[in-house]
Design a protein around this ligand. Structure first.
Ligand SMILES: *[C@@H]1O[C@H](CO)[C@@H](O)[C@H](O)[C@H]1NC(C)=O
Ligand SMILES: *[C@@H]1O[C@H](CO)[C@@H](O)[C@H](O)[C@H]1NC(C)=O
Ligand SMILES: *[C@@H]1O[C@H](CO)[C@@H](O)[C@H](O)[C@H]1NC(C)=O
Ligand SMILES: *[C@@H]1O[C@H](CO)[C@@H](O)[C@H](O)[C@H]1NC(C)=O
Length: 632
């Protein structure tokens, strides 16, 4: 029996037992009661697993473009796997086979499905749009924060839109399909091949063939789904850049691009209005804010923004800061607000044993960031994953610089040497543009990373990272570009970025296998080092045999936590020397948490054991900043 026929069999059995419900017009309809939702025990839980409930992620998901009239569709939907693309021609009607928690990865315990190997799937729910909720606004928008990898959306049986790209937001105007005052049917067909050959798509560390540093994949609607009621010519986007001189450049985009007068107010704490600036929509304008307090990791000062076109109003925020690269006392440096700031933080994968790609709660997500901050780190490298926008909002508030990787594309580990074809490369580059345009409003992000360790990187002499770097600078001239973190450096971007385990080679006159010599014309950086491991107690370990078997592949294993911390101390002292003696401007420690069989986190995968001795780490990290300050 194929998996699909097993499902059909189960439905037939269920439908015999369940009370028949009414007729749906479609041959795929199944008369059954969906299997009710219950969280399935994940292989390993976290302190937040029990707190998820059935209304997850209730927070407004778009902190930089907030409106009053919104409604979350997160919660219990129904789900069933599909046989293939052909089902798009005849969507199943009615309730689907089983209940599922949205948002979630269907592979996760929290989803209630915990199924792997499914590439095609349906999700369904219903929603009401009452006239008292719309407040007379005529246009209804349906927002998806992220669906991995392709989503085809139907509202009341009509195709309402399609989106490709597993990490990005999309908004559909569903006004023509919605019935105000009655129940509406929403169904989403999802296709997510991850790395199934011959697929070659941006998917980061997800794999259908898990092995050590390649982890369980995430499929489905993994970030919030929500509705908004807006005027016909609504504000569709804001671009705001605020710099260290108090200068602000802004564009208020509207959907129809019919010019409207617009007011932008800058608001300080206590709702003190610092200024109201008048302009026209869809045209860049600028203004100056005298004595604006600057944003930095030490002083993460943010200002609220209110934008009003008379017919639409949105809330947002920004921070005043400038990041650049220049020579300071003979060394090329990353410069924040005119000053060399040594950047130190972790490789942050954003994986969770209970939610896979989905942090169980916003508090869980912020717990990791607060731990880094409490150890004195000022940076985090978001590693080949893109997080919900609330992650960047948290980094803005906490004061953590973010190095944002583009999720790598690469085929399954077994065929790792093949390269993307022209179409796959074009899609990768299109998604790089989505990353930059959707996230460039967050002050915390200081660097965009294109390629990690050559994964999916064409190494033919046209070197795609050269063109991609130029394109990113066009879309966002206000940040640095790390074109290749580790491995194949062809001179593109602002960084000369080495990866080396366990000890660093940060701006040093020596280098090893697979790395390029330090190029003093660019910023000397250690994009990865550390990786010091420690096998946790069984109760803190991802108890999947395949993962356990790969523990010895961890870069270095230490017998106990005293040794773990001693080794970290030694490596951080080496790094400090490299800051003092050579061209080292920042470094990324591997990593925030264990992930599956990779057991080298400051925290175990379940976040229940903090391995790092905080006293020692704080002192060792402070010594890095002091060594950098001493150099100027
Ligand atoms: C099915 O439809 C009939 C009439 O068309 C109605 O009386 C009945 O309540 C419906 N059953 C369900 C479960 O909706
Ligand atoms: C069942 O579906 C058929 C085909 O769409 C429709 O004509 C019929 O009225 C439906 N019956 C009920 C009870 O809904
Ligand atoms: C909106 O209308 C619905 C039904 O028409 C009602 O149940 C609900 O209480 C109303 N909400 C508000 C905020 O008035
Ligand atoms: C943590 O490090 C400090 C400073 O090196 C040391 O004095 C202390 O004993 C360590 N704590 C533990 C639990 O090992």
């Amino acid at each position: 029996m194929t998996f699909y026929s097993v499902l059909v069999f189960v439905f037939l059995v269920l439908s015999a037992a369940a009370a028949p419900i009414n007729n749906t017009s479609n041959s795929h309809s199944r008369r059954h009661t969906p299997i009710p939702y219950r969280p399935l025990n994940p292989p390993l839980s976290t302190p937040w697993t029990e707190k998820v409930g059935t209304s997850p992620w209730p927070q407004h998901p778009r902190p930089q473009l907030y409106r009053e009239t919104w409604k979350s569709l997160n919660g219990i939907w129904t789900y069933q796997s599909a046989s293939g693309q052909a089902e798009l021609n005849s969507p199943p009607a009615g309730l689907l086979a089983q209940e599922v928690l949205i948002p979630s990865c269907i592979e996760s315990g929290l989803s209630g499905v915990m199924e792997s190997g499914v590439m095609y799937m349906w999700f369904a729910t219903t929603f009401d749009v009452s006239s008292n909720w719309t407040f007379g606004q005529p246009t209804i928008l349906l927002n998806f924060e992220a669906v991995d990898y392709e989503a085809t959306v139907f509202v009341n049986g009509n195709k309402a839109g399609f989106h490709r790209g597993g990490y990005f937001r999309f908004t559909l105007d569903i006004t023509e399909h919605v019935k105000v005052g009655s129940q509406n049917d929403l169904r989403v067909f999802v296709f997510d091949p991850t790395d199934e050959p011959p697929t070659y798509i941006p998917h980061g560390k997800q794999t259908r063939y898990t092995s050590h540093i390649w982890y369980t994949p995430c499929s489905g609607i993994w970030q919030s789904v929500w509705l908004e009621a807006v005027p016909t010519n609504y504000i569709s986007g804001l671009e705001v850049v605020a710099d260290m001189n108090g200068d602000v450049a802004a564009t208020v985009h509207t959907i129809t691009q019919t010019p409207l007068p617009v007011e932008m107010s800058l608001v300080d704490e206590g709702d003190v209005v610092l200024g109201i600036f008048r302009a026209t929509t869809d045209k860049k304008f600028s203004f100056h804010v005298p004595s604006a307090k600057l944003w930095s990791p030490d002083t993460p000062k943010l200002y609220k923004i209110v934008v009003n076109t008379q017919i639409d109003a949105v809330g947002s925020y920004t921070g005043f800061r400038t990041i650049s690269s220049r020579v300071v006392k003979g060394v090329q440096r990353p410069v924040l607000n005119g000053k060399f700031v040594f950047q130190f933080g972790t490789l942050d994968q954003g994986y969770w044993p209970d939610g896979i790609y989905v942090p169980p709660t916003v508090e869980a997500m912020e717990y990791d960031l607060q731990l880094l901050k409490s150890l004195g780190m000022n940076m985090v490298r978001k590693h080949i994953k893109v997080e919900p926008h609330l992650f960047y909002h948290a980094c803005d508030r906490l004061g953590l610089l973010v190095i944002q990787d583009m999720p790598s594309m690469h085929p399954a580990p077994s065929v790792l040497s093949t390269a993307p074809n022209a179409d796959q490369q074009a899609e990768f580059e299109r998604e790089v543009e989505l990353l930059v345009t959707q996230f460039k409003g967050y002050p915390c992000i200081v660097t965009w990373v294109i390629y990690n360790e050559g994964w999916g990187q064409l190494t033919d002499p046209y070197y795609p990272e050269i063109g991609i770097t130029a394109r990113i600078r066009e879309l966002d001239p206000t940040r640095l570009v790390d074109a290749t973190t580790g491995w194949w450096d062809h001179g593109a971007g602002d960084f000369s970025d080495n990866h080396h385990y366990a000890d660093p080679q940060c701006g040093t006159p020596w280098y090893s296998l697979n790395s390029a010599p330090y190029d003093p014309a660019r910023i000397g950086f250690q994009g990865e080092f550390g990786g010091v491991g420690h096998r946790p107690e069984m109760e803190n370990l991802w108890p999947i045999q395949q993962a356990i078997d790969t523990i010895p592949q961890t870069y270095e294993l230490n017998a106990d936590l005293a040794a773990f911390n001693y080794r970290a101390h030694v490596l951080l002292a080496q790094l400090r020397d490299q800051v003092a003696l050579y061209g080292c401007s920042g470094a990324v420690w591997t990593q925030t948490t264990d992930v599956e069989g990779e057991v080298n986190g400051l925290l175990t995968y379940d976040r229940r054991v903090v391995r790092a001795n905080a006293t020692q780490w704080r002192a060792d990290i402070l010594a890095l900043y002091l060594a950098a300050e001493a150099r100027g």
